[in-house]
Every structure is written in C-alpha cells, then in structure tokens.
Design a binder for this molecule. Structure first.
Ligand SMILES: [Zn+2]
Ligand SMILES: [Zn+2]
Length: 303
C-alpha cells in the first residue's frame, strides 16, 4: 500500500498500544517498584481508558473526513506559493522546525481562545495522566480551525503532503510524553518537550496552568515566556479548573460548546459581550472586565 502521510498515526498505533500495555503492566503488576514521583493519577481505570479510546476513534473519523477538504484547500493554496522549495533532508528539517513553531501558536490559541478551547478541553478533562490520555482528543478540531495554523507553511512553498507529514510526526512524538513513569531526562529537558514538561501542561495548579504549550521543542515556551519547570515539591494536580465528572465521550466532546453558546445567548449582555464569549479566554465573563478593582491597586501601591 502506498505511504500516506495523513495515516502516520495509524501506522504508529501498534507502538502506541505496546506502550500502553507496558505502562499498565509497570503500574499495576510492578506497583512495588513504582518510582516515588509517580502518583495514583497515573493508574489505569477501565472507564477512563475506554472513554479515551472512544474519543480517539471519533477524532480519527472526524479528521479523516476533514482531511479531504483541508488537503484540497492546501493543494489549491500551494498554487499561489511564494517560493519553490526543492525537497531535501534539509528542507524537511526546516519544515519540522517551522511546523513546531506553528504548533506552539495553535496550542497556545487553543487554551486562550474559547472557540478553540471548546475542542481542546477534551484533551485536558481527565484527572488522570498516562499514555492513554494522549488518545483523548476531540472530533471538533476542524470546526475550531486547527488547520488554519499551518496555512502559512503551504503559502511559503512547502509541499502540502510534507506539511501534513510534519504535523503527524509531531503528534506521534507527543504520544510518548504522556506518562508519569519517566522522570526528568537530563540535557534533553533543555531542548525537547519531555514527559516532565508536559505533565506541567496537564496540571491545573495555579503555578502550572496554561504553561508549556510546546509540541516537540520546548524552545518556543522559553522564547515566548510560557515555560515553567516541574517542581519536586509541587505535584501536578491533573484536569481542568471546572472538573467534568463524566466519561461519556459525547458529553466530553460537547460540554464546552454548550457552555460557550449558553454564555453567549443568556443573561443581560450587550451584543459585543455576547460575541466576545467566542474569542475571549475561556474564563472570561462580562463582570471580569470590571477588574482591576481599586482595593487591589491600593494594596499593591501600599496606600
Ligand atoms: Zn493543551
Ligand atoms: Zn497532552
């Protein structure tokens, strides 16, 4: 069968399943040898893992359908490319780096723009973190506009299927950082996104939340001020600030969309405030605009 870049995650599936089985065996059959930093939130719970697997299946179906339109759009835009880039190992390495830059901004926007958070919240709503959490994705990413973030690469002149391959390889890499078993990895922590950095990303502790948006390379967080190191004295508390106590894949996929539209169409608000619910950060509410409050300003200035 011909190699198809959009199927890279499917090609990797046997390795992913092997890692899940190995991690389950280590956690549940070798519990006595468990390193101190591994919390109970690493444990596999049938309903959580089953829900993650269902979400992965739904996501793959959604992506397969969206890929038809997105690849056609990329191919059409490629006709208007700015440069002719000849395919080589070097051009692909440059593409991997630029792709990762685009991924960083996609991921940061996914946390700070509610229209995008409505999809991405699915990945964060489990209170557990293990390899199976990587499967926990939403089928609504194409509606949130994930595909927009890689358009510049096609317009620059990178061949669309190579762009798709670079995105898929990054997503495949990111499977391996969803584990608590692996502790810090020495020099690699400085350059790569690692399990330690990504544990911080999945944590809801105020010190960790909305940090470490990296895909493959952690350099972007360091450059743009969103990097935080995992601390031994501050274990990660996983999940989201408004915990969702459900394992129903459809509810997990749709609850934030429901809440966003409810916020936009309910209450006594101006049209601008209603509209703002779609693009403001997820926690934004009209009354949050009344900040900064005078007492805080006084307290800070010592008055
Ligand atoms: Zn995230
Ligand atoms: Zn993750």
């Amino acid at each position: 069968m011909e190699f198809q870049p959009q199927l890279i995650l499917i090609y990797f599936a046997p390795i992913f399943f092997f890692c899940v089985a190995l991690e389950w065996w280590l956690l549940h059959r070798r519990a006595g040898e468990r390193p101190k930093h591994v919390q109970d939130s690493a444990n596999y719970q049938f309903i959580d893992t089953f829900s993650n697997a269902c979400l992965a299946g739904m996501h793959e179906i959604g992506d397969a359908l969206a890929a038809i339109g997105v690849i056609a759009l990329y191919e059409w835009l490629f006709g208007f490319r700015l440069f002719d880039i000849s395919a080589s190992v070097w051009s692909f390495l440059l593409l991997v780096l630029l792709q990762d830059f685009c991924y960083y901004w996609f991921h940061r926007a996914s946390h700070r723009i509610r229209w995008m958070w409505a999809s991405h919240v699915v990945h964060h709503s489990s209170e557990r973190l293990n390899f199976s959490t990587a499967f926990r994705q939403s089928f609504t990413y194409p509606i949130s506009g994930m595909w927009v973030f890689w358009l510049p690469l096609v317009i620059i002149g990178f061949e669309p299927m190579q762009v798709v391959a670079a995105v898929m390889l990054s997503l495949a890499y990111q499977f391996f950082i969803h584990t608590q078993w692996v502790n810090k990895l020495g020099w690699a922590e400085k350059i790569f996104n690692t399990p330690s950095h990504h544990r911080v990303h999945h944590a809801r502790n105020p010190e960790y939340i909305d940090r470490n948006y990296a895909g493959t390379f952690i350099i972007w967080d360091k450059l743009f001020g969103t990097f935080v190191e995992e601390r031994d004295d501050l274990p990660c508390a996983y999940g989201i600030t408004k915990q969702v106590h459900s394992h129903n894949p459809f509810f997990l996929t749709l609850h934030e969309w429901r809440d966003m539209f409810t916020d936009a169409f309910s209450g006594d608000k101006t049209p601008w405030q209603r509209f703002k619910h779609f693009w403001a950060p997820p926690e934004w509410q009209p009354d949050s605009e009344e900040a900064p409050s005078t007492p805080d300003v006084k307290a800070e200035s010592g008055l």
